[in-house]
Design a protein around this ligand. Structure first.
Ligand SMILES: O=C(O)C(=O)C[C@]1(C(=O)O)C=C[C@@H](O)C=C1
Length: 275
């Protein structure tokens, strides 16, 4: 089994993939779109992508990359604790430039503003791309924001520990594919992308009412641009699943009758790695 992830090795996405699979072949990609494209073209069996961080919200390249991809489904959610470290090749160096993935930079905003207000901050493809770059350029005054596993992998020192804005930092990852896993855990959630038929008064209210009057809980609603014109959106809805699948199906029928388009990303289990 081949599973794609945002590399290089020991990125947080790699850690999510290895938490999920013992024996799969894990294949690194240089970007989330490249990883999703490989899945679309069946070059890999599954892909693991980051979806949402507790400090920074949705990972837009992942979410938007799934919009309108009707044959790709979510088969598992993995929630990892995320601890960011400031890594250098040489501990005597004062960093003049700090590199990392935009999510990791945003998660460490308070630390960066407090201790490195004048430092150049550069966004790169992943936390481990940053760590690898720092390792390969030992004469430059640079640092990377990445995990402690990345420090070990690329032979770097931790200059400052746990620099993320709060200690409860977590990221949700999705295991995506076109066929279900053989051993499946109990289902806990459903994700839907809903596009409204038009901008008529109260249409979003009517869609949400289909859940509300059946006492179906929603754990997330977020709007994302449709990228057609300004002011056009689709909505991401997360529905916790108990023994209410029939009720959910009735609600979806009602929403379809309202003229809304529903992209069903699947019912899936959730695994949480403790700190
Ligand atoms: O750069 C990495 O290590 C990644 O796996 C990407 C990513 C993300 O896109 O959110 C994953 C988890 C953390 O939130 C920070 C970065």
């Amino acid at each position: 089994m081949h599973v794609g992830y945002l590399g290089p090795k020991n990125s947080f996405t790699y850690q999510a993939a290895s938490y999920c699979f013992d024996s799969a072949v894990l294949t690194p990609f240089t970007s989330i779109p490249n990883c999703l494209n490989a899945l679309k073209k069946d070059h890999i069996d599954y892909a693991i992508v980051p979806i949402e961080n507790s400090l920074e919200g949705s990972v837009h390249t992942s979410v938007d990359g799934l919009f309108n991809q009707k044959d790709i489904q979510v088969y598992q959610e993995i929630i990892l604790p995320i601890e960011q470290q400031l890594l250098v090749k040489n501990v005597t160096v004062i960093p003049e430039k700090i590199l990392s993935h935009p999510q990791a930079i945003a998660q460490s905003q308070t630390f960066l503003e407090t201790y490195y207000p004048d430092c150049l901050i550069e966004q790169v493809a992943s936390t481990t791309f940053a760590a690898q770059y720092v390792a390969n350029h030992p004469t430059e005054s640079i640092a990377a924001i990445a995990s402690k596993e990345a420090a070990e992998e690329y032979g770097l020192h931790i200059l400052s520990r746990n620099i993320q804005d709060n200690r409860f930092n977590q990221t949700r990852f999705w295991l995506l594919g076109k066929k279900p896993l053989k051993d499946s855990l109990p289902i806990e959630k459903l994700t839907l992308f809903i596009t409204l038929p038009n901008n008529a008064p109260g249409i979003l209210h009517k869609v949400l009412s289909a859940f509300a009057w059946r006492s179906i809980d929603l754990s997330k609603i977020e709007s994302r641009p449709l990228k057609t014109e300004l002011g056009e959106y689709y909505f991401i809805l997360d529905v916790p699943v108990t023994n209410n699948k029939d009720l959910i199906n009735y609600a979806l029928e009602e929403i379809s009758l309202l003229g809304a388009t529903i992209q069903h990303l699947g019912y899936y289990p959730i695994v949480i790695k403790e700190r």
